[in-house]
Design a protein around this ligand. Structure first.
Ligand code: HEM
Ligand code: PLO
Length: 486
């Protein structure tokens, strides 16, 4: 790739009357740079300011790196910046943006997001049913792990957690939960991994869409995995259509089908807002994809940090013993009485956000941010990593310190600072936040209540340097589990 840096541009056009353009750097080298993009952009912000622009292949983009500007882009001008970049990979995944994550903000998208949001949380019947589904999986996970703990063998938790989280999502989306060795579960895990791997590998095709003319092996893998995913979802959808009882929906798929039937009966839908079969299928794929990697990876980060900070693990366990006791398992309603665990979860989402650059936004009309003019179509990257590690906002931002989320009485601080938004903010905030918070709390509470996590002797502690893919994940690591008695 061509390395082209335009020297001599003013760092910022200070003093010029706004609105004005930002210094534009042509930065193809970003694509072949070894440093993770969120860190590279953080370093560029140190030399070029909290708002700078880049040209990456065919695209120009701006990067925002402080809390005030992030608030402006995500909240104050959330609709203006509610677009998404059309990319080769996301077009394949979402049939040209027909899902929630990769579709542009607009009337149709808003209606669909509302339908999916309602269906998602009704399928879990408010938090009661969501709690039941997650606790059921947590129970199964703990029984499998008890056998491992008794064997005394080291274990890589990420596979088992991945399976548990997949079962939660499968139950909510199409009422299926799988046993450990079920071939359908293995298929789901394999195609999802394949999609994630090839999306991460294709930054270059996304910057240069004409590269698609060449038969790239990764795109073949992506198309193949997406075809497997769609075949499975189509099969499930067909079964749902055949057995649907509109009076008693069983899951998200049933609820989406019912919304579709209502629209068919002419209750005010337009071609733009109609929940077509394509949209319905892509939406379930979306919930599926977004629901797996993110939650499982955050739990892996938590366990990695707890191995480095046994004192934090001990504090969480003492609190669990005191507030929940040893006679029963933790419940969602305990979460407000377990500030040590909640604070550790908050801190993990700050220090290792799984989506450090969110999902890039696009300006849907000409606008002004921080005194600079941003033309319609510009891609906007909010560097959440830079904001979560901003020394102007956080004391010792590189240190894992759950205490920063506790007040003087040891209670969880009610008000979170604006420099903290692990789920994004505004109209494109994460659709699954409530579900994710239930899963993070219940899985971690059950595991830490039952087991002590111990590093494997004579092995280095897990690396805390993230590997960048579609999400920021810790490198694979093993640990030992000890059953806790009291
Ligand atoms: C989008 C974080 C779990 C569904 C996002 C975004 C972030 C995020 C940062 C991008 C916001 C933006 O574009 O500005 C997380 C984290 C999770 C998590 C940290 C867990 C720890 C989930 C789960 C689901 C989900 C469990 C589904 C059930 C989605 C969807 C979007 C999204 C559909 C796209 C929203 C849109 O484009 O409007 N999430 N997420 N997420 N998330 Fe999550
Ligand atoms: C995961 C593979 C799926 O087949 C398609 C899919 C849809 C939504 C994406 C998700 C993938 C990866 C994780 C993403 C999510 C939307 C938000 C989430 C990008 C590509 C975040 C915040 O990381």
């Amino acid at each position: 790739l061509v390395l082209q840096w335009l020297p001599g541009l003013p760092k910022r056009l200070l003093g010029a009357p706004p609105p004005h353009r930002l210094p534009l750097l042509t930065n193809l080298w970003l694509l072949c740079c070894k440093e993770p993009l969120h860190l590279l952009l953080q370093h560029l912000a140190h030399s070029h300011g909290d708002l700078f622009s880049l040209r990456l292949g065919c695209r120009s983009l701006i990067v925002v790196s402080n809390a005030t500007l992030a608030r402006e882009v995500l909240l104050r001008q959330g609709r203006t910046f509610g677009g998404r970049q059309r990319m080769v990979t996301t077009d394949i995944i979402s049939r040209g943006g027909q899902n929630i994550a990769f579709g542009d903000y607009g009337t149709g998208w808003r209606v669909h997001r509302k339908i999916v949001h309602a269906a998602l949380y009704e399928s879990a019947h408010g938090s009661r049913d969501m709690e039941r589904i997650v606790c059921c999986e947590a129970g199964q996970l703990c029984s499998s792990l008890t056998k491992v703990a008794k064997s005394g063998e080291p274990i890589e938790l990420s596979d088992m957690i991945g399976r548990a989280v997949t079962n939660v999502v499968c139950t909510i989306v199409f009422s299926a939960a799988y046993g450990e060795h079920d071939p359908e579960l293995a298929d789901i895990l394999a195609y999802n991994r394949g999609i994630i791997r090839s999306v991460a590998r294709h930054a270059a095709v996304d910057a240069f869409p004409w590269l698609r003319l060449f038969p790239l092996p990764g795109l073949r893998e992506l198309r193949c995995c997406v075809a497997t995913r769609d075949a499975l979802l189509n099969r499930k959808l067909q079964q749902h259509v055949e057995s649907l009882d509109p009076e008693s929906p069983r899951d998200l798929m049933d609820r989406l089908l019912i919304s579709q039937i209502k629209q068919d009966q002419g209750k005010g839908s337009t071609p733009n807002t109609y929940l077509s079969n394509d949209r319905l299928l892509m939406t379930t794929a979306d919930i599926f994809g977004a629901g797996l990697e993110t939650t499982a990876t955050t739990l892996s980060w938590l366990f990695a940090f707890l191995l480095h900070h046994p004192e934090v693990q001990q504090r969480i366990q003492m609190e669990l013993d005191e507030k929940v006791g040893r006679e029963r398992d933790p419940r969602w309603e305990d979460h407000s009485r377990l500030p040590q665990l909640e604070a550790a979860l908050c801190e993990v989402l700050r220090i290792r956000p799984v989506a450090p650059l969110l999902v890039p936004h696009v300006a849907m009309r000409d606008t002004i941010v921080g005194g600079y003019s941003i033309p319609c179509g510009t891609q906007v990257i909010v560097n959440m990593w830079a904001v979560h590690h901003d020394e102007r906002q956080w004391e010792n931002p590189e240190v894992f310190d759950p205490g920063r989320f506790l007040d003087v009485d040891g209670e969880l601080s009610v008000k979170k600072p604006w420099s903290y938004f692990p789920f994004g903010a505004g109209p494109r905030i994460c659709l699954g936040e409530v579900l994710a918070r239930h899963e993070l709390f219940i899985f971690s509470a059950w595991l830490l209540h039952r087991f002590r996590l111990i590093p494997v002797p004579n092995q280095p502690l897990p690396s805390l340097v993230g590997e960048v893919g579609v999400v920021l994940r810790p490198p694979a690591f093993s640990l030992l589990l000890r059953l806790r008695t009291s």
